[in-house]
Design a binder for this molecule. Structure first.
Ligand SMILES: C[S@@+](CC[C@H](N)C(=O)[O-])C[C@H]1O[C@@H](n2cnc3c(N)ncnc32)[C@H](O)[C@@H]1O
Length: 301
């Protein structure tokens, strides 16, 4: 049986997990992450009654389904998120994007939605806006456990400090008795918000086109080649003239993209025919020696 402290991880087990995780998620774990891997998987070993990560690797190699692989991906990815994180994107959505779309239907995709706070925040922004159009929000993530929480829409009230009080009043039900200290997203938003599993490395073709894509606080975990692929994939699903929001720590300036960067985390897909001129202009202005964030700089994985 495993001890109460994470054990040192064997070279063989680390390489196995490194390869598996890169294959599943596209994220490459550096050697410096060995301790982090051991500590994040430690309680899973205890739950399964396994002695070490070598036995865990054997279990995964022998399984017929992807169930334990999915658990591994969930445990090794970072799910930090909160309501109305980086609020300027929600202000931009309400003040600039929605008026420009006039009364056309609006589609928003939160492409690394984690436990749902970002998708619900986008939905609240749309529901509070003075528009006549219909709208919908799709939240996707690679982590099944996160998506289950997102769909449930039940959050501890101490996680709501960034939520405007008007949104709290309109869209949240305060829990009582067993649910004291929690709040539930109410039915007004639920019928327009959907969650499903999607890997950012895969084509998003089945989702159709969006006017706005949130791809925030996830690129930071990937190396340049994977970031290139992920943003290209996302852009496949963005309407011409549509907006891409990235996190403040996410970098796209070193990528070759047909994208106009209006502000560091605010990008626009050119309207058909306007080509990549704007992106080129931005790329020239950005210093070629500017250090880019890599997974080494990230606080988690
Ligand atoms: C730090 S959270 C960001 C949540 C939210 N976008 C925000 O800014 O608050 C990063 C999310 O990316 C997800 N993720 C990591 N790799 C992924 C991949 N290859 N495909 C889809 N989601 C991925 C993780 O599961 C995690 O929930």
């Amino acid at each position: 049986m495993s001890s109460s402290q994470p054990q040192a991880i064997s070279e063989r087990a680390f390489r196995h997990i490194q390869t598996l995780f890169a294959h599943e998620s596209g994220i490459r774990l550096s050697r410096a992450k060995q301790g982090l891997v051991a500590s994040r998987l430690h309680s899973r070993l205890r739950q399964l009654g396994l002695a070490d990560l070598d036995s865990y690797c054997e279990l995964i190699a022998g399984e017929r389904t992807n169930a334990e692989r999915n658990v591994l991906v969930d445990l090794l990815t970072t799910h930090e998120t909160y309501f109305f994180r980086e609020p300027r994107h929600f202000e931009h959505l309400a003040d600039t994007v929605l008026p420009s779309l006039r009364d056309k239907p609006v589609r928003v995709w939160c492409a690394a939605a984690s436990t749902g706070e970002e998708a619900w925040s986008a939905a609240m922004t749309l529901a509070m806006a003075d528009i006549n159009s219909t709208w919908e929000v799709l939240g996707t993530d690679i982590s099944e456990r996160s998506l289950t929480a997102a769909e449930r829409g039940l959050y501890r009230t101490d996680r709501l400090q960034h939520m405007p009080s008007s949104a709290l009043k309109q869209f949240c039900l305060r829990g009582k008795d067993d649910f004291e200290g929690a709040m539930l997203i109410n039915g007004t938003l639920r019928e327009r918000v959907q969650f499903c599993r999607h890997n950012l490395l895969d084509s998003p073709r089945q989702f159709g086109k969006f006017d706005v894509i949130f791809l925030r606080n996830v690129l930071i975990y990937f190396e340049q080649d994977m970031r290139q692929k992920i943003v290209e994939r996302a852009l496949e699903a963005l309407n011409p003239g549509g907006w891409l929001y990235t996190g403040h720590a996410d970098s796209v300036l070193d990528l070759e993209l047909s994208l106009e960067t209006v502000a560091p985390s605010l990008h626009r897909k050119p309207l058909a025919g306007t080509s990549t001129m704007a992106q080129r202009a931005v790329r020239v202005r950005a210093s070629p020696n500017r250090p880019q964030k890599t997974p080494e700089h990230a606080s988690g994985l």
